[in-house]
Design a protein around this ligand. Sequence first.
Ligand SMILES: *Cc1c(COP(=O)(O)O)cnc(C)c1O
Length: 434
Amino acid sequence: MQNISNSQNFFNKAKDLIPGGVNSPVRAFDSVGGTPRFIQKASGPYLYDVDGNEYVDTICSWGPAIVGHANNDVILAVKDALSNGLSFGAPTEGEMVLSEMIKEHLTSVELVRLTSSGTEATMSAIRLARGFTNRDKIVKFEGCYHGHVDSLLVKAGSGLLTLGNPTSGGIPEPFAAETIVLPYNDCEALTKCFETLPNDIAGVIIEPIAGNMNLVKPDIEFLKVLRHSCNKVGALLIFDEVMTGFRVGPGGAQQLFGISPDLTTFGKVIGGGMPMGALAGKREIMEYLAPIGPVYQAGTLSGNPIAVAAGIATLKIVSQPNFFHSLENITMELIDGLRKIASEYNIHNFSADHVGGMFGIYFRNKVPKTFDDVLDSDIKLFKTFFHEMLTRGVYLAPSPYEAGFLSIKHKGKPIQKILEATQESFEAINGQSS
Ligand SMILES: *Cc1c(COP(=O)(O)O)cnc(C)c1O
């Protein structure tokens, strides 16, 4: 058995210091049970816990570690920046360099405002959409997560056009009432909503590839209808690419699908593992932000020089010509391998999918298209699989509703290790049920 006594002790102590022992809920392993591993260090595709166990990491810090943990170029860039001081509260050259790298890859981007998290970026994006259009209502989609912004922590009411209900305590009903929640990939519901409220919608925010209800790909037709509907009524289309930006390709989901949003939010990869987010879009809209425009947005540590240095070094690597081709091949090898093994072991409730360097594994027989599809999966089997894999040194996302993420350093041995562990895990699962 794996020794996890230090993690167990730390977790017990942490629960007396930090709510639930963690600083972000999914880390607590609530959906899978058991003891979260306390991590001491990471290198390339591997995590090392405080008991000295090694894991192949399939989360990559929920996306940022796309060039591998403790990547030499990124660490050197950070060390270099560190010696000049940690924060100045004044503009720096690096902010320009990073903004230019973002702009270079996305035709929808003219101006960029850096923040310290994805949540700040989405929060500011909806404020900007409201300020720009002088309207209040925001449309979001079921199963999409946009950070812990009050008016975005909302789920659908019972009817399609009923008002949203908060999914969290502490959110006043009137806030949630300004958010309309529609099913993902449902053109009919979307069209009906826009026909009913043509003059009220400030903006629509969407994960153009959903990665917070496991991985769910959009129908291109759905995105086209969305773009067209926004144009028709003068609502802003906000692509939340906090996860997909520089993860599914250099130009994000918008480049893959050839659909240009009015605003885009970033986070995760663009900070290379440091706290970072960004809000970007057309000049005409972005100039509604203070200090030029009336929409206030700020941050003491926004554009922090250390975070910017990590971001620039990371984007330099991912901008190399064959980067995404290689990452895609690595991810495909994993997904093909998993499908093959599941079929060999007669695990029928299994399917898998990927885009660029992100993937989904689903304990259902078909790849999901909606949030309801995702909910309709064999959670018990997932939990068993998760723990079988973890004890064999593979760290999967500790929830059936999270996507997985690989890095360029997963090539070869790490992928083989995941596939071997999968084989053994399915064998163990079959042994338990017979
Ligand atoms: C992670 C994420 C966020 C929130 O970013 P934080 O940096 O955690 O605040 C927002 N939107 C999407 C799509 C995300 O995946």
